[in-house]
Design a protein around this ligand. Structure first.
Ligand code: PLP
Length: 500
């Protein structure tokens, strides 16, 4: 990095430039820490050395280090210098697998669900309840440019219906994106939907009838519970490991002893756990379930948000029986408001899904599909994804560091390797709903674990979404959540009661 030396008292412009430079330098060092180039415990270059190396002023380099200290990536040791702090989260233990696989049950939504949804969508609240992208991360400029470039003639076409299975160019672009991930996917294999939730709803409608049992992960995304309830389906919760996903032994037992019509799983960066199923486990899972002739509906919405080098494979990559329905969308990667998703249902179920799509919503917004396909065709999506992954990784790591620093002992957390969610186990005896309600009163939205299961197994968990850029407000809010949690540790039994 090159920069001019700042001399004397800085003007307003120079001050802005300096602020930009110290943040840029802090960002570069932070990236090297997160990528493991600088390792935990390693001494960082002295201020003087960095000043000479970068040509930045002493005060700019100093401010960069202070910034890194504030965000928890480095620590200053008296008379010694700056050192990389461990970002291995050693103080945090991983939540244990809960072996509470259930029998089939009707869905009972936790009564607090409406309040949770209201808090998530309240713009005044600190957005830890959000699982979708923060508006600051949306590619606003590129989309505005595409919209401005539309002619009246084009607009006329775009304001009409598109084919019910989807706008051809978007299907083509999506088929191109499966290269290296899934074999042999042609545009006709992909059906465009109104978001991932419609893709999942159509898939469930294609393979179940009201009263059937669907195997789900425990915990699961609360939107799945809402949908399964509306479709009159029963749920069988399968114990799910916080790091490696659904427990195969438990699943095998359930498949043997119940009539399961479908599984609804999320193998890549599961919501709410963040779990990433190892590839050989995915292969074994597909073999196990399909050998019973049971279809798996997989939610693959977050697989693009990996922090490592490789896009994790969907279950469909291991499908030999044509029984996997892969559902996804742009809600976590491009813009949730586009309401654009898709399902790759396989040859056997394709026409059934197409009929359901045509019969239920006719088609998906032509304008949204057109804008998205132009964005994909321009090559900008890859660049956008790279920036998004790195932003999410930083945000999530920073928040996890803050949790490590500010939550009481015995808080557990598995830091995921992708996505934007942290699933936090509170110290024993602390009610996640009580923490949710106290946080609500401070205008902080979180998701209580109680809404993520059908059987009260996760009442002492909370989910913290990390989709918003890290800021002082975010940092302070994690501090507040930590104090709220610690407050419930006091021996006064009345304190741990949810407020009404
Ligand atoms: C795991 C998961 N699947 C699906 C959805 C909904 O996706 P869409 O907005 O594309 O319908 C969400 C929402 O954030 C989600 O977290």
């Amino acid at each position: 990095m090159r920069g001019n030396r700042e001399k004397g008292k800085p003007s307003a412009v120079a001050a802005t430039r300096q602020a930009f430079r110290y943040r840029q330098l802090a960002g570069e060092i932070e990236k090297k820490i997160l990528e493991g180039t600088y390792q935990a415990g390693e001494k960082l270059p002295s201020i003087r050395r960095l000043h000479q190396q970068t040509n930045l002023s002493i005060s700019t380099v100093y401010r960069a280090y202070v910034e890194l200290e504030n965000t928890g990536f480095v620590e200053a040791r008296p008379k010694s210098g700056y050192y990389v702090r461990p970002v291995s989260f050693k103080k945090l233990e991983v939540p244990a697998l809960r072996k509470n696989t259930s029998a089939p049950q009707r869905v009972n939504l936790a009564p607090v669900i409406n309040s949770v949804i209201a808090a998530i969508s309240n713009p005044r609240f600190v957005p830890f309840g959000n699982t979708a992208m923060d508006p600051a991360l949306l590619p606003v400029k590129a989309f505005t440019r595409i919209l401005k470039s539309l002619s009246r003639n084009e607009m006329r076409t775009l304001l009409s219906y598109s084919p019910s299975e989807g706008f051809p160019e978007l299907r083509r672009q999506l088929a191109l994106r499966t290269l290296g991930v899934l074999e042999g996917i042609e545009p006709e294999d992909i059906i465009i939907t109104n978001g991932c939730m419609e893709a999942i709803a159509l898939s469930l409608l294609a393979v179940t009838r009201p009263g059937d049992t669907v195997a789900i992960e425990a915990p699961t995304n609360f939107s799945f519970l809402q949908l399964l309830k509306e479709l009159g389906l029963l749920v069988l919760e399968i114990a799910t490991d916080p790091q490696e996903g659904v427990d195969l032994k438990e699943l095998e037992k359930s498949l043997r002893t119940n009539t399961i019509r479908a599984c609804l799983f999320m193998p890549n960066f599961q919501n709410p756990l963040g779990a990433l199923m190892p590839e050989d486990k995915k292969r074994a899972l597909v073999k196990l379930v399909t050998s019973h002739g049971v279809p798996i509906i997989e939610d693959d919405i977050s697989s693009q948000l990996y922090f490592g080098e490789q896009h994790p494979a969907p279950l469909k990559a291991y499908d030999r029986e044509d029984l996997i329905l892969t559902c996804s969308s742009f809600s976590k990667t491009l813009a949730p408001g586009l309401r654009l998703g898709w399902v790759i249902p396989g040859r056997r179920l394709s026409s059934r899904i197409q009929r359901l799509k045509a019969g239920i919503t006719i088609s998906t917004s032509t304008l949204a599909q057109y804008v998205a396909s132009r964005f994909l065709a321009s090559g900008a999506y890859e660049r956008h994804l790279r920036a998004l992954r790195s932003a999410l990784k930083k945000q999530l790591f920073r928040i996890a560091i803050e949790i490590q620093n500010h939550f009481p002992a015995k808080t557990r957390l598995a830091v995921p390797r992708g996505g934007s969610l942290l699933w936090v186990e509170l110290p024993p005896g602390i009610d996640g709903l009580a923490v949710y309600q106290a946080a609500f009163e401070r205008n902080i939205a979180i998701i209580p674990g109680a809404v993520c299961s059908n059987s009260n197994q996760f009442d002492n968990f909370i989910q913290i979404g990390c989709s918003a850029p890290f800021s002082r407000r975010i940092k302070e809010s994690i501090g507040i959540l930590g104090s709220i949690t610690a407050g419930f540790l006091t021996p006064d039994p009345l304190k741990n009661r949810p407020h009404s």
